[in-house]
Design a binder for this molecule. Structure first.
Ligand SMILES: Cc1cc2nc3c(=O)[nH]c(=O)nc-3n(C[C@H](O)[C@H](O)[C@H](O)COP(=O)(O)OP(=O)(O)OC[C@H]3O[C@@H](n4cnc5c(N)ncnc54)[C@H](O)[C@@H]3O)c2cc1C
Length: 657
């Protein structure tokens, strides 16, 4: 855990600050004073690696980023990189685009490939660096690459600024923005700090949130019976949840819909199989809308928003009350922010593989934000916050096929998504890593059930498909295997092939695509079940027994092992080849880490509030669930609602109300 830094230790802290060079402020500071003890030494330094020679001209390079291939044209003089043009990249809008621009500027400014990845966009940053490296190699050979990889980025020792506010919010995801806005609306002077350059966190990547019995849901004639919902929720989580927190969410989240709409963040109601979901505004507009909310409330109220500013530790007084935050900006500046209330909205630890492994035992894919590594939890635990008993909970809500990204390099998005779609259909046999069948595959129709039933077996499972099933898909699309419905994947998975995403679209080329999957090392093939098991590293006997039993179920229409409906026991034929698709579980975030009461005050080991410390969003969401997130839309619904309510509590505390 991070050691608590108190005011007296700030000077020591500043001495070890290392740099980058871009300003982290998006707006003028609310009130600030340069620490009199620390002289400002912030200065942009440009270096050129001596002795690097290029054959001048423009060279192309490309490398894989997070979502796409990043292609660049790099222009060289005899001894320097003079320009980088990004000619192709489809990285995550917002986070990815900003990272590309930042890394590109730094490579040119420092004439170095030794650039730190931008927080939250590691794969994108490294992809760009690799693409530029390839151009450097063409212009100057391996020697030039080696020199630029070794070229030091100059260190800058930052100054210390002392700021003050009524409320500091750490993290600008849905929960942090909501907390900052609602606290400011209560009359508090608020400072919001955010580690990355992006406002909105995971909400920028999400689809829809659940606001119970919102005005629009009721107008649409969809009403949830509150008491039943609450009691079902409690029972489904084995009673080991905070009933008061659940009641608060179920009864108060409806108002969040109107609150967001009144601020210009208009969500759209959808009756999703009886669930009251509200789709967020268009992806490309979200960050702008949240920034407007912050401008209208936080900045208009005399507060400020600092991006590229990372919360490092909490300040406490001699009674242990939380009285502020110490943060570090991307340019090395240290902010010492005094405040009466601090709201932790840092989004959990899912990107910290070690923590996830230790606390959950899970080694799946992190589909959440790369910068959420548990810093907020460490800060809070360091000042005495309780580590909850259900600390390990994760948001396992999606299934991925390992093959998709490589196949997208070779095939259209629709074709590349064939293996992925099979993971969302109940018509195929599913087995765990050992080869044992582990569920009624009907679970694949519900994303959260699909992910959690698989996770019990580890981080992945196999979807088994036969040659005759591929032929049926090729001839008649998903109708060929009697798929009951379209795969229930998140809409962003099929946004680029919406027109082809239909049950009757033939899966042309499907055998070739599956063979490419195997050639890429992202799936397996065998002419017989035994050969498939052998190639996939399963226990051959275990798989063969499960396979034979499944064939009997297909023939008899009775699945004695798991009770799958006969309609989904799709014929597999009697001949190979057989394929195994590697289906992995995508973890969207850790759920919980701080216990809170219904005022969102963080509790200590005796379950007594730590004065001045609040937590919202994923950091406190463990109060709603036992060991597993079982919601649909609760992630967003709780983030916005806990932020809206927690911000009011934090402001009331700060303003003495
Ligand atoms: C791909 C994806 C799809 C999803 N789809 C849905 C959906 O459709 N419906 C749904 O309900 N939920 C969905 N979720 C979950 C939902 O997005 C989250 O539960 C919710 O947005 C979390 O909000 P938050 O504010 O708690 O955390 P985050 O959005 O993670 O925000 C935390 C913020 O804190 C910042 N931060 C971290 N550490 C520090 C630090 N030390 N100092 C300063 N800042 C820091 C981060 O940069 C980040 O901006 C999805 C999640 C993902 C990843």
């Amino acid at each position: 855990m991070l050691k608590q830094l108190k005011r007296g230790s700030i000077l020591l802290f500043v001495l070890i600050m290392i740099i980058a060079t871009f300003s982290g402020c998006t707006s003028a500071p609310a009130s600030q004073a340069t620490s009199s003890e620390t002289a400002s030494q912030t200065e942009t330094v440009q270096t050129t690696e001596a002795g690097v020679h290029f054959t001048s001209g423009t060279y192309s390079g490309e490398a894989k980023g997070k979502e796409s291939t990043i292609a660049v044209n790099v222009t060289f003089s005899d001894d320097a990189i003079t320009d980088i043009e990004i000619v192709g990249a489809g990285e995550t809008a917002g986070i990815g685009d900003e990272a590309l621009e930042k890394v590109k500027s730094q490579i040119i400014q420092y004439q170095s490939l030794n650039i730190d990845a931008v927080s939250g966009a590691t794969e994108t940053s490294n992809g760009l660096i690799e693409a530029v490296s390839s151009a450097v190699e063409q212009a100057g050979g391996n020697e030039a690459v080696a020199k630029l990889q070794a070229a030091e980025v100059p260190e800058v020792v930052g100054e210390t600024l002392s700021l003050d506010a009524d409320v500091v919010v750490i993290g600008a995801g849905a929960s942090g923005v909501s907390a900052a806005v609602s606290a400011a609306d209560e009359g508090a002077k608020v400072i919001l700090i955010e580690k990355t350059a992006t406002i909105g966190g995971a909400s920028n990547l999400s689809w829809a949130g659940k606001f119970y019995n919102s005005s629009v849901a009721l107008e649409s004639g969809v009403q949830v019976e509150v008491e039943k919902e609450i009691s079902d929720w409690i029972v489904n989580n084995h009673w080991r949840v905070d009933a008061a927190a659940i009641r608060q969410y179920v009864t108060q989240s409806g108002a969040t819909y109107d609150w967001l709409a009144s601020k210009g963040y208009q969500t759209t109601f959808i009756n999703f199989f009886g669930e009251q979901l509200h789709m967020l505004p268009a992806y490309e507009t979200r960050q702008g809308l949240l920034r407007t909310m912050l401008a209208d409330s936080v900045e208009a109220g005399g507060g400020a928003v600092y991006t590229e500013t990372t919360g490092k530790s909490l300040m406490t007084d001699d009674q242990g009350n939380v009285v502020g935050v110490i943060a570090k900006q991307a340019d090395g500046t240290v902010l010492e922010i005094s405040a009466k209330s601090v709201v932790m909205a840092t989004g959990g630890y899912a990107a910290n593989a070690e923590m996830v492994k230790e606390l959950f035992g899970f080694e799946g894919i992190n589909g959440g934000l790369g910068q959420n590594v548990g810093e907020g939890l460490e800060m809070a635990w360091a000042v005495g916050a309780k580590v909850p008993d259900n600390i390990g909970g994760q948001m396992l809500h999606q299934t991925l096929a390992r093959a998709t990204s490589d196949l997208k390099e070779q095939y259209s998005d629709f074709e590349a998504s064939y293996p992925l779609m099979t993971a969302y259909l109940p018509n195929f046999m599913n087995v765990g890593p050992s080869g044992a069948r582990f569920r009624d595959e009907t679970a694949t129709l519900t994303a959260v059930a699909a992910a959690n039933t698989s996770a019990f077996n580890g981080p992945f499972h196999y979807v088994i498909i036969s040659a005759s099933q591929l032929k049926a898909l090729e001839a008649q699309g998903m109708n060929g295997v009697s798929a009951p419905s379209l795969p229930g994947m998140p809409p962003e998975f099929y946004v680029t092939f919406r027109d082809q995403f239909a049950l009757d679209t033939p899966w042309s080329n499907v055998q070739e695509v599956f063979d490419a999957m195997v050639a890429d090392g992202n799936g397996y093939k065998g002419d017989t079940p035994e050969e498939l098991a052998q190639n996939a590293g399963m226990d051959v006997e275990v798989f063969k027994e499960a396979f034979d039993q499944y064939q009997e179920a297909i023939q008899s229409g009775v699945d004695t092992a798991f009770g799958k409906n006969a309609a989904y026991l799709t014929d597999m034929g009697t001949e190979g080849p057989y394929y195994a698709v590697i289906a992995e579980i995508n973890n969207l975030g850790s759920v919980g880490g701080l216990l809170v009461n219904t005022k969102f005050e963080v509790l200590d080991d005796n379950r007594i509030p730590i004065d001045g410390l609040y937590a919202v969003g994923l950091e406190s969401e463990g109060v709603l669930f036992n060991d597993t997130y079982v919601g649909n839309g609760v992630g967003l619904g709780y983030a916005f609602t806990s932020g809206r309510l927690g911000g009011v509590s934090a402001a009331d505390h700060a303003l003495g109300e």
